[in-house]
Design a protein around this ligand. Structure first.
Ligand code: NAD
Length: 246
């Protein structure tokens, strides 16, 4: 393979991406990177978020089950093609199991898992129509191992893995790949609120001895969106510096 062919494998020219949670730490790094790789990138986030460079920003509350119909109408008004979907919207409402309220449970499940289901359901016909594409759901290593004080969050993140693997089986014959990226600790607004001792503990758990930057996760998403990963589907790719190895 010559250099031009190699460069084409990672290039996303002619493809359109939707990045949910695209104003967040991981989402904005991912959206900007996909745009630099040549994709047309639409982001969706709550009103007031910063739209990453080179992207077009849409707004809606993804926890609202009615939101996707208006969102997809707007997407189809702007473009007749969707090739890539990245779900990076997420929240935490931490508390030990016996103190978690119904609202702590349902809000986390709706934003982290329900919205991924609804966006994937809405995107599936568009991806099928294109004859191929790539979906990446941002889970967490805590969805695999569980975490003290995060029963709601861990359940939502484990649910993303089941959702992705089922979708990978259903959409594979249409050329659509569906994968999960499971980060460990990433330095973003979500983790900026954590106490220093918690950050230190997580970093100490890693093999590499460092927390991830959003770009570390974005790089993995770009790989999964690109033709470099053309035979990769239904997988969970941990981007955690070796925090969880099993
Ligand atoms: P972040 O808070 O910077 O980004 C999350 C984004 O989701 C925000 O822009 C927020 O506005 C958006 N969002 C929240 N509720 C929404 C709603 N109802 N409708 C639309 N958008 C909404 O956090 P992040 O660290 O970039 O997290 C991105 C994803 O990565 C999340 O799913 C998170 O669970 C996951 N993750 C993060 C870490 C970490 O250490 N930061 C680790 C593992 C997994």
């Amino acid at each position: 393979m010559n250099e031009a062919a190699l460069a084409r494998l990672v290039a996303l020219e002619g493809r359109t991406a939707l990045v949910a949670g695209g104003s967040g730490g991981i989402g904005s790094a991912t959206a900007a990177l996909l745009a630099r790789a040549g994709a047309r990138v639409l982001t969706v986030d709550l009103p007031g978020g910063v739209v990453p460079e080179g992207c077009e920003g849409l707004t809606c509350d993804l926890s609202d089950p009615r939101a996707p119909s208006a969102l997809f109408a707007e997407i189809q008004r702007r473009t007749d093609a969707l090739d890539l979907l990245v779900h990076s919207a997420g929240i935490t409402r931490d508390g030990v199991l016996w103190k978690l309220g119904d609202e702590d449970w349902s809000s986390v499940i709706e934003v982290n898992l329900g919205s991924a289901f609804r966006l994937l359901r809405g995107a599936a016909p568009l991806l099928r129509k294109r004859g191929g594409g790539s979906v990446v759901l941002i889970s967490s290593i805590n969805g695999e191992r569980g975490k003290f004080g995060q029963a709601n969050y861990a359940a939502s993140k484990a649910g993303l893995i089941g959702l992705a693997r089922s979708a990978a089986r259903e959409l594979g014959r249409f050329g659509v790949r569906v994968n999960v990226v499971a980060p460990g600790l990433v330095l973003t607004p979500m983790t900026a609120v954590l106490a220093e001792e918690h950050l230190r503990k997580a970093i100490d758990e890693t093999a590499l001895g460092r927390a991830a930057e959003p770009a570390d996760v974005a790089n993995a998403v770009l790989f999964l969106c690109s033709d470099l990963a053309r035979h990769v589907t239904g997988q969970v790719l941990r981007v955690d510096g070796g925090q969880l190895m099993a």
